[in-house]
Write a protein that binds this ligand. Structure first.
Ligand SMILES: Nc1ncnc2c1ncn2[C@@H]1O[C@H](COP(=O)(O)OP(=O)(O)OP(=O)(O)O)[C@@H](O)[C@H]1O
Ligand SMILES: [Mg+2]
Length: 264
């Protein structure tokens, strides 16, 4: 199973949007996909299921060894896509998690998910590299960094990638898959300039060819609790996330090839 964390240092850059729509693209391609919300704000669940506040989820599993993956996985209308909501995070937020224990719980959870025959697990995280996000990164096989195409934001990206590369000391299987430019506005010179600036700052292979355009359809989709690709007029967005999925699949080195049946 491949486990992809969607992470950024800054908030509001499009992590949750990327996580939802990428999970949808993997699921449409036939991969059994689990979308996990590890953000205490609970955006994925809020977006995709109206009742997410009542669902047990990721934080219930972290805090209680008797909460198994099977108990918190919720099916969606797409048979190959399931999700795990954020759940009840207040105890974790008040007390914090002790690093060793929560990392162990994250690893147990991912082993259970793999045993349930999922091919791909996509984990949306809260901004920053601390707390539960550090544990997710210590257990994931890959990480993707969405970055808003705006001039001030891009300068901090190399430091972020260095910090992620250092996570490989704890987790040697972590592949830093690269940066995805989000909210790109083609008619705005500053937006294109910041995309070019990022490509100049980083090794070329670190920036995905596929970029996510700024489009009000994303806001409409999240208001309706849907991946953007299933919206009327969503065909363009569907093609973009499909292109991102194939680009990522070319880069991903399967951590455990025996278990991934790509022929499916
Ligand atoms: N490509 C896009 N075009 C237009 N709006 C977008 C796009 N991507 C995301 N948005 C909007 O921008 C806002 C922030 O996006 P999102 O919630 O995905 O970011 P985030 O990084 O997950 O934020 P947080 O750090 O708070 O979790 C949302 O209102 C979302 O609908
Ligand atoms: Mg989010």
């Amino acid at each position: 199973m491949i486990t992809l964390a969607i992470t950024s240092q800054k908030g509001g850059v499009g992590k949750t949007t990327l996580a939802i729509n990428l999970a949808h693209a993997f699921a449409r391609s036939g991969r059994r996909t689990l979308l996990v919300d590890s953000d205490p704000q609970g955006s994925v669940g809020l977006s995709l299921t109206r009742q997410s506040r009542h669902l047990s989820g990721f934080y219930d599993m972290l805090g209680n060894p008797s909460v198994s993956a099977e108990k918190i996985i919720v099916p969606t209308r797409l048979p190959t896509l399931s999700l795990v909501a954020s759940g009840h995070s207040s105890a974790y937020e008040l007390g914090g998690g002790s690093m060793g224990v929560t990392l162990h719980r994250v690893r147990c959870f991912l082993s259970e998910v793999e045993a349930l025959n999922y091919d791909v697990c996509i984990i949306d995280t809260a901004a920053g590299l601390f707390g539960a996000t550090a544990d997710v990164l210590s257990a994931a096989t890959g990480v993707i960094v969405p970055q808003q195409a705006e001039p001030l934001g891009v300068r901090s990206v190399p430091k972020m990638l260095e910090a992620l590369a250092r996570m490989r000391v704890v987790n040697p299987q972590l592949q830093v898959l690269g940066v995805v430019l989000t909210m790109v506005k083609k008619e705005l010179p500053e937006s294109l300039e910041s995309a070019d600036a990022l490509r100049n700052l980083l090794p070329p292979e670190m920036v995905m060819q596929t970029v996510i355009p700024r489009d009000d359809l994303f806001i409409k989709a999240s208001a309706r609790g849907l991946p953007v690709g299933v919206m009327e007029d969503g065909a363009g967005a569907l093609a973009i996330f499909e292109s991102l999925r194939t680009e990522l699949e070319r880069r991903i080195v399967p951590p455990n090839p025996q278990r991934i049946d790509y022929a499916k």
